[in-house]
Design a protein around this ligand. Structure first.
Ligand code: F6P
Length: 323
């Protein structure tokens, strides 16, 4: 059987180790691996090549994705999906593995219903916002990039007795900010899932400053859109000179951590095994320290309360940093 892999949506560290495992494991179990470049756009434009072991020799340590990625509007159009299907058909590629977010999984699910091409989804996004899995590829690497950045900002924060507001990515999810605030010992954390209480923050930190606190670290998720506001607020309300550091796309880069390399290995093994066993449109997940499969419908839906997407013990701690 011939299988193909693509990476789709925002890139994340761990995608390259996943591509490597895909090619190696496919050959190991007697299947033929194909590589689709440029995500769904490349599937439409026929950028599909037979995978060779030499293609993946030198990629396990590299961030991003050697296959590149895209967010495709054309794939919403049945004419382009038909084109994509013909590209697979002429090479007799029967099944797909896609590493990406829930938007990519929904697109592939539509493709499955159109042309009955089974796929296995592998969660890959630094946002860690995919329902049904505790972990998405790239999150650990992003958290380590953020940790290093905050540790470095801390040097200048101390030296100048300043407050620093660090804005993290995550789209509508506060996951990256939440974990980063806890692991950096931040004094303030604002995430979209928690309503902040500025009066309490003022009371708490005024006391700390009076008792000798030298500098303040605040971690703010981009989804709150409060980075600039908080920076000014710290100056106006607490009288502390403040600076905003927006980390931006550096959070998507960097060599995959050991954890991301191992997760990539397991996710891909489960994806290929699932396809061989006859699964048609499931996503491989890591939940309560176990790997498994969940139907695409579950992954595409969001819990009514977004707070339920977060680790409840961490959330409780972070609430204390929002008040
Ligand atoms: O979904 C991953 C992500 O990095 C988000 O955290 C961020 O909001 C968004 O992508 C940025 O998108 P772009 O790379 O298109 O600027």
């Amino acid at each position: 059987m011939s299988l193909a892999i693509m990476t789709s949506g925002g890139d994340s560290a761990g995608m390259n180790p996943a591509i490597k495992r895909f090619v190696e494991y496919a050959y190991e179990v007697g299947e033929t691996p194909y590589l689709i470049y440029d995500g769904l756009e490349g599937l439409i434009d026929d950028k599909i090549f037979l995978g060779d072991l030499r293609d993946v020799d030198d990629i396990i340590y590299r961030g991003g994705t050697i296959l590149r990625s895209s967010r495709s509007k054309r794939f919403f159009d049945i004419e382009y999906r038909k084109k994509a299907y013909n590209n697979l058909k002429k090479r007799e590629i029967e099944k797909l593995v896609v590493v990406g977010g829930d938007g990519s999984f929904r697109a592939l699910n539509q493709f499955y219903h159109d042309f009955q091409v089974p796929f296995a989804g592998i969660p890959g996004t630094i946002d860690n916002d995919i329902n049904g899995t505790d972990y998405c590829l790239g999150v650990d690497t992003a958290l380590n990039v953020i940790r290093t950045s905050i540790d470095e900002v801390r040097d200048t924060a101390y030296s100048f007795r300043r407050a620093f507001v660090i804005e993290t990515m995550g789209r509508d999810s506060g996951y990256l900010a939440m974990v980063s605030a806890l692991s950096a010992g931040a004094e303030i954390c604002l995430i979209p899932e928690v309503e902040p209480d500025f009066a309490s923050i003022k009371q708490r930190l005024s006391k700390d400053l009076k008792e000798g606190k030298i500098y303040i670290i605040a971690v703010v998720a981009e989804g709150t859109e409060q980075g600039k506001y908080l920076t000014q607020w710290l100056e106006d309300e607490l009288g502390v000179e403040s600076r905003l550091t927006t980390l931006g796309h550096i959070q998507r880069g960097g060599n995959p951590t050991v954890f991301d390399r191992l997760q990539a290995f397991e996710f891909v093994t489960y994806a290929i095994n699932g396809l061989i066993a006859g699964r048609t449109n499931d996503v491989v997940v890591y939940k309560n320290s176990k790997y498994g499969y969940v139907p695409i419908e579950e992954v595409s839906s969001q819990p009514s309360d977004p707070r339920l997407m977060l680790n409840q013990a961490y959330l409780k701690e972070v609430e204390k940093l929002s008040m």
